[in-house]
Design a protein around this ligand. Structure first.
Ligand code: C6P
Length: 416
């Protein structure tokens, strides 16, 4: 593709007016208007999500699934309706396959425990990739240590793509599950999930997809991907923290033991024996974050009204524009240059530590993340201790990118 001309580039989405939906984005940082480029860590919440959560607290709060009084019944209806909203968002046919969790990390731990302790034994193998977030490494590593299984790693190329031939070779009769990220939170690479699932399924191996950086940024169609588990966090889809989603195929969920025990996940309890509720309740022990779930439902409706396809397209324009402008800076390296890439740019500038870069950008009102991004193996792969990372969302504009680029140039001058 040719070079992007700032004047002629068109975006499908009016990010400037979308920005006005987000109260926090009219704040300033260090006396400069805030440019928020850390949505990969946590997206901001639009006013209607904040208002919906407040309304729940002021007018609807009661525990769910328990009370016979109106308030509790209303809270239950509001909470359960989000399950259908999530099912529509992911194109899941059976709402019972949608489980509320505390977030992506909690959901992966749930599967590693519940699936792992049911199906993985000594000598078995679990396949993950070199670009996983720690949340999709550590729970599997812990499982392997506990049961005597082995973790196998799909390598990545210099541009940050999975080595698909190596992936094929890693799958064997010993493989019990593949757990792979939809989109790398460091490199931005969008992985060929459908192809990976088809290959694994041809050998009867289930696939878990960490969708923390996928579901917020593109239309996810579970029936098309055909994965066995898909996971994401509320706070990365413009919802609140403390809530996440685990989609799981009924066939697996029904055969998995519960992860946590407690109220709401049982059918009957005696001191001799407990029997468990059907899914999804079986995996939702205790009082859930009701307000957060309701906020998540509102966030999803907000994103749907704008359109995930438009959001994805918008982020692609921003990414291309930012990549071209940043790579014009001498001594700047972008880590992760796969052609199929989401709105994440990790970079380093010769002579400037990523943490110093992050601090200097913050002085200019530009919020980015600096560090290992909870993906230390990616840092090891590219032989860097850390990177600076800008990540984009629907409310970012080309002017935001201009501010980033000019601030990176200033930071570079300070250190030269
Ligand atoms: N990545 C980032 O700045 P939680 O914290 O449970 O909501 O999500 C964990 C997680 C799992 N997988 C991927 C691919 C992720 O990107 C994240 C969260 C944030 O990149 C915070 S470390």
């Amino acid at each position: 593709m040719g070079k992007i001309d700032r004047e002629v580039v068109t975006v499908d989405l009016d990010a400037e007016s979308i920005k006005k939906d987000f109260p926090i984005l009219s704040n300033s940082e260090n006396n400069k208007s805030l440019v928020y480029l850390d949505s990969g860590a946590s997206a901001q919440m639009p006013r209607l999500v904040i208002d919906r959560i407040n309304h729940y607290h002021q007018h609807e709060h009661a525990n769910i699934h328990r009370g016979v009084y109106d308030l509790s019944e209303q809270a239950t209806i509001s909470y359960e309706s989000v399950r259908s909203t999530v099912a529509r968002f992911l194109n899941v046919a059976d709402t019972s396959e949608v489980i509320f969790t505390k977030g992506t990390t909690h959901a992966i731990n749930l599967v590693a425990h519940a699936f792992g302790r049911t199906f993985v034994r000594a000598g078995d193998e679990i396949v993950i990739s070199h670009m996983e977030h720690h949340s999709n490494i550590v729970p599997w590593q812990q499982l392997c240590e506990e049961v005597g299984a082995t973790l196998k790693i799909i390598p990545i190329s210099d541009i940050g793509e999975l080595d698909m031939e190596a992936y094929g070779r890693l799958l064997s009769e010993r493989t019990k599950i593949v757990a792979v990220t939809h989109v790398s939170n460091v490199l931005g690479t969008i992985n060929p999930i459908k192809e990976m699932v088809a290959l694994a399924h041809s050998k009867d191996i289930p696939v878990l997809v960490d969708g923390a950086q996928g579901a917020p940024h593109m239309k996810v169609d579970i029936q098309d991907l055909d994965c066995d588990f898909y996971i994401f966090s509320g706070h990365k889809v413009c919802g609140p923290t403390g809530i996440g989603i685990l989609y799981g195929k009924r066939n697996w969920l029904e055969r998995m033991n519960p992860y946590e025990g407690g109220g709401d996940m049982i059918l009957s309890v005696t001191f001799e024996k407990t029997t468990y509720a059907e899914i999804p309740a079986k995996f939702e022990a205790g009082t859930p974050p009701i307000a957060s779930a309701i906020g998540l439902g509102e966030a999803i409706k907000y994103l749907e009204a704008i359109g995930l396809e438009r959001i994805e397209k918008h982020e692609k324009v921003l990414t291309r524009y930012a990549t071209e402008a940043l790579t014009e800076i001498n001594g700047l390296t972008v880590y992760g240059t796969a052609p199929n890439k989401a709105g994440v740019i990790s970079f380093g500038v010769k002579g400037v530590h990523p943490h110093d870069m992050g601090t200097l950008l913050s002085d200019d009102g530009v919020a980015v993340r600096a560090g290992h991004h909870c993906a230390q193996p990616v840092m090891q792969r590219f032989k860097v201790p850390a990177t600076t990372r800008a990540s984009f969302y629907l409310y970012n504009t080309l002017e935001d990118i201009d501010r980033l680029v000019s601030s990176v140039r200033n930071a570079k001058k300070i250190f030269s």
